[in-house]
Design a protein around this ligand. Structure first.
Ligand code: ZN
Length: 251
């Protein structure tokens, strides 16, 4: 018997749901068939459905998940002075709303993880919880901190590709919806799939990615969701109004 062809493994790459159940459900309905899910942190904070989102993500197949700064804030494990007043208010609301089950799940997540194929961090390999990788050259140090062909990060809510060696680890704009990126180790990449539940690149559609490890290809994807429903729930919950309005602008 000859050696079999390696099974194609397709991974959904999700980040920053921020308790937006409408966006999360739209992404899962839109997602092509996949074998496993990478989740890059900030499952809660800002949005009105933290427990429902925890329950939903927890049940995804082959889940590998990280904790983010807003998850830690909701657990009372991050200094609230690091957040703006609106984020502070949302973190306190989320902390009061989380069930013990949700808290246990979030408290069990780490700040980084890796396999032979990937390295994962919410912010960056250098500062896994807090660093926003958004400027050219900023990623140089982070590329030195992992050996895998690709690192996935979230935190900025902006889809982005950083390429090792380009302007010292600079960006290759734009990471438009539908764009396919070769992930083959030459050059190595840091990829941000964008935010599911609070996009910040001016496009209100939920952002996520699909990584086909066999084809060596990552695809940036976008899907519209019921923004008005999410906004209404934010207002009904008594969360800051600006958190509802920003969803319509994708900012
Ligand atoms: Zn976030």
């Amino acid at each position: 018997m000859g050696r079999g062809r390696r099974r194609s493994v397709r991974l959904l790459v999700l980040s920053d749901v921020h308790a937006n159940l409408e966006a999360l459900q739209a992404v899962l309905e839109d997602a092509p068939a996949h074998d496993a899910v990478i989740y890059l942190g900030d499952l809660v904070g800002y949005g009105p459905n933290p427990n429902e989102c925890v329950e939903c993500v927890q049940s995804l197949p082959g889940l590998v998940a990280l904790v983010g700064n807003h998850d830690l804030a909701a657990l009372g494990q991050a200094d609230l002075d690091a957040f703006n007043p609106i984020a502070q208010e949302a973190a306190l609301w989320t902390g009061r709303t989380l069930t013990n089950r949700s808290r246990d799940f979030l408290a069990g997540l780490g700040a980084t993880t890796w396999s032979d194929d990937y390295f994962l961090a919410h912010g960056s390999p250098r500062e896994p919880i807090w660093e926003y990788l958004e400027r050219d050259g900023q990623a140089r140090t982070s590329f030195g901190l992992f050996t895998q062909p690709v690192c996935f990060v979230g935190h900025t809510h902006v889809p982005r590709i950083l390429e090792e060696g380009r302007n010292g680890g600079g960006s290759v704009p734009p990471a438009r919806a539908g764009r396919h990126v070769a992930v083959c180790g030459r050059p190595r990449l840091i990829i941000n799939p964008g935010g599911v539940g609070q996009p910040r690149d001016g496009d209100p559609r939920a952002a996520y990615g699909l990584w086909d490890t066999d084809a060596g290809e990552f695809q940036f994807r976008r899907v519209p969701y019921r923004v008005a429903e999410a906004q209404k729930k934010i207002l009904d919950a008594g969360l800051p109004e600006s958190l509802a309005y920003r969803l319509a602008a994708g900012l």
